[in-house]
Write a protein that binds this ligand. Structure first.
Ligand code: ADP
Ligand code: MG
Length: 229
């Protein structure tokens, strides 16, 4: 999270202990200005998991339209999850206009689109920053967190890094986590996704939230429960 004073609280206090049964309204942006990792995958998995808990809006704010494409190519796409393609500079106002109709909001963004990410952060509380455990990618996270800090001055943004596509049995993820926490001083999810073929194959299907994203969502809901409004 980039609320500097709350950063430590979130990193420690927000750790999922497996007992929190939070069912709060979740407003999430998925974004990384400098990288293409697993943003759309994360957005679709989390939106469909939230859809099982309440009406969910998945905004596809990437001009490429990958999230919309996924939903329109999924025969049994859940009716509780509405996907709208809004990669527009008035994204915040559009989301505000319809927000009352939904319990949860997830916005999938594109890299290199500062304007859209800024708009998305104005109408969401959490920023999930998917990243692969590569030192080069980790070093490029500053741009995303700088933007989050800028919006945080106007509207609270709780940002944290999500390690994705971690190879089992390698030490890269351990080293990446150490670098994120110790060198870069960034909050990072305890949960992570592994490099699994099932993610590649899940395109065009309703994802199984019992997989790793279920754990990620629970950790995020525990963070949300810690936030004092
Ligand atoms: N944990 C994972 N393991 C394996 N492949 C993954 C994983 N997460 C995402 N992918 C694949 O990586 C590619 C890029 O993911 P995507 O979500 O489209 O990234 P982005 O939206 O950041 O460009 C897709 O082919 C997707 O299926
Ligand atoms: Mg994408």
């Amino acid at each position: 999270m980039c609320r500097i004073d709350a950063l430590t609280a979130c990193r420690h206090g927000g750790t999922y202990d497996g007992t929190t049964e939070a069912r709060q309204a979740m407003k999430i942006t998925i974004g990384n200005l400098k990288g293409g990792t697993a943003k759309t995958t994360s957005a679709v998995y989390l939106a469909t998991a939230l859809g099982a808990q309440g009406r969910t809006l998945l905004v596809d704010a990437d001009p490429q339209g990958s999230a919309l494409d996924w939903s329109t190519n999924t025969a049994d796409w859940p009716t509780s999850v509405t996907v709208i393609p809004w990669s527009t500079r008035d994204l915040a106002r559009r989301v505000k206009d319809v927000a009352a109709d939904y319990a949860h909001i997830v916005i999938d963004t594109a890299p290199q689109h500062d304007v859209i990410m800024r708009q998305a952060l104005l109408v969401t509380d959490h920023l999930i920053v998917p990243v692969t455990p590569s030192p080069m990618e980790l070093r490029r996270l500053a741009a995303t967190f700088d933007l989050a800090a800028e919006v945080d001055a106007i509207s609270a943004v709780y940002a944290r890094v999500l390690l994705c596509k971690v190879r089992s049995g390698t030490k890269t993820a351990v080293e990446a986590r150490e670098m994120l926490v110790n060198d870069l001083d960034l909050p990072v999810f305890d949960a992570q996704t592994h490099l699994w073929e099932s993610y590649l194959l899940s395109w065009g299907t309703v994802p199984d939230d019992a997989l790793e994203y279920g754990k990620i969502l629970k950790e995020l809901q525990a963070v949300e429960a810690e936030i004092e409004r």
